[in-house]
Design a protein around this ligand. Structure first.
Ligand code: SAJ
Length: 424
């Protein structure tokens, strides 16, 4: 299939890089978002998200007239849906954005068009939710128009490389749809392209993130067991990982972001009786921030009236994304234990989080602190000079929740140093 024009619906963490990369490869791309503020910003050449290399790529695409952005869907040969799929409070998948995006394509759908769903979705969303909406056009999916599911699998912080180099799975509602999807993604993907059916592709995506969640959960559970036995969890993991068939991930303060903490629930919802390990792993990872807050209390003593300087709020190092962030959860847990939390997030200087007192300079977060908690291993924090920190704070206690710092350096600078491992 020859695809020359593309409309990407959703200008977020996935849609914006995807639209920019396709435009850089010569397609005529229109990017659509219902959020007028985002479109206004983009039109002014500003990005609402930070991703290494993205701003330059986006501006080049706009300046070369290959990419335009607006709040309306524009007719095209192919449409990509890249909108969020969050969950409701009861952990059921919230597919309202997918449904609205699909409905917005409907008036523009032409015979021969290709529609791709990229949003992470529960099994059978493409066949049972997206196809029936588009078939209201009177056309049949797989016959009059082509329909496929192709999950994004890129790592925030490395999106531009991984969009191109990762293997890409494309699940069609029929073979022709999958092949049309391959013709589209071949324009940007160097990695292997694997064709399958839509529901398999949906399940593949959920299995990937679920297996990572479960692997992190066992690491977190090991960190709790290590406390019971006075074992340094980091040393134990390092030794265990010398075994050729063992690869234990890193324990920490929990799992965040919009993917791994969310996607496993889609399987739990779809098959509650069979998804028992998946549910338990989610619960363990969600509780990890409470566990770490309790450890801090044990090490530091009563937190009531103490000021905790929280270094980092993002869901992982070197990103600006605070969605489902375990660092934010940790800050709330510490407040529930009576601490006053002042936070500094260099990638998002003012996140406007309710209840969290955020400052925009390192000196301000250190100033009045009684305790310093390293919550996110951002590069900026890894490079901190212990002596400089000491001169800028009255705090003499550090809790390194993410094993970012070298204990001996901070002890030599005059700090009491604690972490996830008690013998650390
Ligand atoms: N984390 C740990 N210990 C670890 C690894 C991660 O506690 O050993 C925590 C991180 O701190 C973070 C969370 O897990 O809070 C998730 O971070 P991540 O780097 O593992 O993953 P994401 O959410 O940034 O991206 C994942 C990726 N999926 C997999 O690696 C299987 C990515 O490829 C997906 O495209 C993305 O989810 C997505 O959009 O679904």
């Amino acid at each position: 299939m020859n695809i020359e024009s593309l409309c990407v619906i959703g200008m977020g963490y996935i849609g914006l890089p995807t639209a920019s990369v396709f435009a850089s490869k010569g397609l005529q791309v229109s990017g659509m978002d219902i959020n007028t503020d985002i479109i206004k910003l983009l039109k002014a050449g500003e990005l609402h998200i930070f991703e290494p290399g993205l701003r330059g790529l986006f501006l080049d695409a706009v300046n070369s007239m290959r990419l335009t952005v607006s709040t309306a869907v524009v007719p095209a040969d192919a449409f990509i849906i890249a909108v969020p799929t969050p969950f409701y409070d009861d952990k059921r998948a919230d597919l309202r954005a997918v449904i609205a995006a699909t409905e917005s394509i409907l008036p523009h759908l032409q015979p021969g068009n290709l529609v791709i769903l990229e949003s992470t979705s529960p099994p059978q969303t493409t066949t049972d939710i997206v196809a029936p909406i588009l078939e209201k056009s009177g056309m049949q999916a797989g016959e009059d128009f082509l329909l496929a599911y192709s999950p994004e699998r890129v790592l925030p912080g490395k999106i531009l490389q991984e969009l191109v180099s990762n293997a890409r799975v494309i699940g069609g509602v029929n073979r022709e749809s999958a092949e049309a999807g391959r013709d589209l993604y071949r324009k940007i993907v160097n990695g292997e392209i694997i064709l399958t059916d839509a529901t398999t592709a949906e399940m593949v995506k959920l299995m990937e993130n679920t297996s990572r969640d479960i692997n992190i959960a066992i690491a977190n559970e090991f960190s709790r067991l290590a406390q019971d036995f006075g074992v340094d969890i980091w040393e134990a993991i390092q030794i265990a990982n010398l075994h050729p068939r063992v690869e234990i991930l890193k324990p920490g303060i929990g799992v965040g972001g919009h993917c791994i903490g969310v996607d496993p629930w889609f399987l739990v919802e779809a098959s509650p009786d069979h998804a028992q390990l998946i549910r338990k792993a989610r619960e363990i990872n969600d509780e990890q921030s409470d566990f770490v807050a309790e450890l801090i209390k044990e090490d530091v003593g009563d937190l009531k009236g103490k000021t905790v300087a929280c270094l980092g709020l993002a869901f992982k190092p070197n990103v600006d994304d605070l969605r489902e962030s375990p660092a934010v959860r940790l800050a709330h847990c510490l407040m529930a234990l009576g601490a006053k939390v002042v936070a500094f997030e260099p990638h998002r200087l003012d996140a406007g989080l309710p209840g969290i007192d955020q400052v925009d300079q390192l000196e301000l977060v250190l100033g009045n602190a009684d305790v310093i908690v390293l919550a996110v291993a951002h590069d900026e924090f890894m490079d901190l000079d212990a002596q400089m920190v000491r001169e800028n704070t009255k705090a003499r206690v550090i809790f390194d929740a993410v094993r970012g710092w070298d204990k001996s350096i901070w002890e030599n600078a005059g700090f009491q140093f604690f972490g996830l491992a008690r013998t650390y």
